[in-house]
Design a protein around this ligand. Structure first.
Ligand code: FAD
Length: 465
């Protein structure tokens, strides 16, 4: 058994653990040990399906110290006119570079791959290598950092909940790329993975009529032009302004979503159906119109079992044909772990604290950790936001997240650091202050800020009461 000492022990080398460690490495002299049961850094991206892409631009994903991509605006395809979005292979390579070019050469970060964090015994944290079985005892001087709390459930690692008769082909999106001669496809799931799969199938020449889409519920998504940074940031400010205004005016939480839709900022695939889900996905208008070409949408609840001739569903059977390929896209994606305090004595739990964007949230927590403040003050600046994945959760996130964001802006060290942080989605806003549209959006935001908070409080109370 080996014994080591460190300032921080980080569980998880996913996007949040990496962004947190990178911030501490740049801003302090502390030592960090990172442990992850996967064999390389990047978290769920290591097992992602090959055609997956970020929802957001690469320009504000990853870690602060290394750009991801070239901040290029795509000229063709469904992302044309928007900042590039990395796919799985690029993201995996990126995190490997962060490790090899920055973390390990610093001499202050140790990385334990293919190793499980097992818990704490006699004031020592226990790591076990899954390859050698070797145990390492870690004495932690400052904090244990749990960067596994919001880990995503992804198709390759989730256990399918519906039974399939012998001979029925059910694949994950990872396996889909190797399928040949299918007699039609049935895509299970209404989330962003299912959308990516449907779109990919159509790109491979599968006719929309050969796709059956089991989509029990509709989701709200953000139209992608409103998530653009850098030279296109004006639209992001416009959306924040509209969101604040509609939050001030809405008569109910669903009414807020419908107002966002009327302004073109939120979208749903089927405008005639109510949508409650909101998992923070983004979509471009060309992708949305392509997906709307799939008309064979099954809405009978969840699939419980699949036979050669039918799908057995919550609300009745649906006929099918032998030779069809079923693509399981039902993994939850978002982990809606209840939010506990982020900063505790000797422990940091990496819940979301910014309204969306996992790496930025983790970097903010990392920076606040470096400040000489009480736990109470750190938690006031970084409250944990509970992501339930629906519109009521989103409203509650605004209730807790908006005042915290305002409070962080008033701390000069945080404001100065944020202004130069590449993970900050809005870092280019100060460069656009002479743009009349940005000025007008900021004015709308300021004017509606307090009324929005008051109305959000009322809407959330109404929902929970
Ligand atoms: C397809 C897809 C696209 C997405 N796109 C975006 C996007 O564009 N922008 C965005 O902000 N978010 C996006 N997300 C959300 C995503 O969850 C975050 O971006 C981010 O990757 C989450 O990182 P994480 O570190 O919290 O979790 P993970 O990536 O799940 O990493 C957690 C790590 O902890 C390790 N671990 C857990 N327990 C232990 C243990 N006991 N011992 C050792 N290791 C352990 C796991 O092996 C894992 O590698 C997307 C999610 C999906 C599924």
């Amino acid at each position: 058994m080996k014994s080591i000492e460190t300032d921080y022990l980080v569980i998880g080398a996913g996007a949040t653990g990496m962004a947190f460690a990178d911030t501490l490495l740049s801003e302090t002299d502390h030592e960090i040990v990172i442990v992850d049961r996967r064999h390389q850094p990047g978290g769920h991206w290591v097992d992602a399906y090959p055609f997956v892409e970020l929802h957001q631009p690469s320009a504000y994903y990853g870690v602060n110290s290394l750009p991801l991509g070239q901040d290029r605006i795509d000229l063709a395809g469904i992302n044309a006119g928007f900042y590039e979005r990395a796919g799985a292979a690029e993201i995996q390579h990126y995190y490997q570079r962060v490790l090899e070019e920055t973390f390990l050469p610093s001499g202050r970060i140790q990385y334990h791959a293919s190793s499980d964090y097992l818990g704490c015994e006699d004031d020592h944290h226990i790591i076990r290598s899954n390859i050698s079985g070797g145990i390492t005892r870690v004495a932690v001087r400052r904090a244990l950092v749990d960067a596994s709390v919001v880990q995503s459930s992804i198709p390759a690692c989730h256990t399918r909940t519906c039974e399939a008769e012998k001979g029925v082909t059910v694949v994950t999106p990872n396996q889909l790329v190797d399928i040949a001669n299918a007699k039609g496809f049935t895509v299970l799931g209404g989330g962003k993975t299912a959308m990516a799969v449907c779109f990919w199938l159509m790109q491979q020449g599968v006719a929309p009529d050969d796709i059956c889409w089991v989509r029990p519920r509709e989701s709200w998504m953000t139209e992608r032009s409103y998530t653009q940074p850098l030279s296109l940031v004006a639209n992001m400010v416009k959306m924040q302004a509209a969101s604040t205004q509609f939050a001030a005016e809405a008569t109910s939480v669903p009414d807020y979503s419908v107002r966002m839709e009327a302004a073109g900022m939120s979208v749903r695939l089927d405008r005639d159906r109510d949508a409650i889900i909101n998992r923070g996905a983004t979509i471009s208008l060309p992708e949305l119109s392509a997906l709307r070409e799939i008309e064979n949408v099954v809405r009978k609840g969840h699939v419980r079992a699949i036979s050669q001739s039918a799908m057995i569903m919550d609300e009745g059977d649906v006929g099918s044909n032998p030779g069809r390929v079923y693509v399981d896209c039902t993994a939850a994606g978002l982990n809606s772990a209840a939010a506990a305090p982020i900063f505790e004595d000797g422990k940091i739990s990496m819940h979301f604290t910014t309204m969306g964007v996992a790496p930025w949230s983790a970097a903010v927590i990392g920076f606040v950790e470096t400040l000489d403040m009480t736990l109470e003050e750190k938690n006031r600046l970084c409250p944990a936001l509970h992501r339930t994945g629906d519109i009521y959760g989103t409203m509650n996130i605004m209730r807790v997240g908006m005042p915290a964001e305002m409070a962080r802006r008033q701390v000069s060290e945080i404001a100065a650091w944020s202004a130069k942080a590449r993970l900050n989605p809005g870092r280019a806003i100060p460069d656009h202050m002479d743009d009349p549209e940005v000025q007008s959006s900021l004015g709308t935001m300021m004017q509606n800020y307090q009324p929005a908070l008051e109305n959000i409080e009322r809407l959330c109370a109404e929902h929970s009461g």
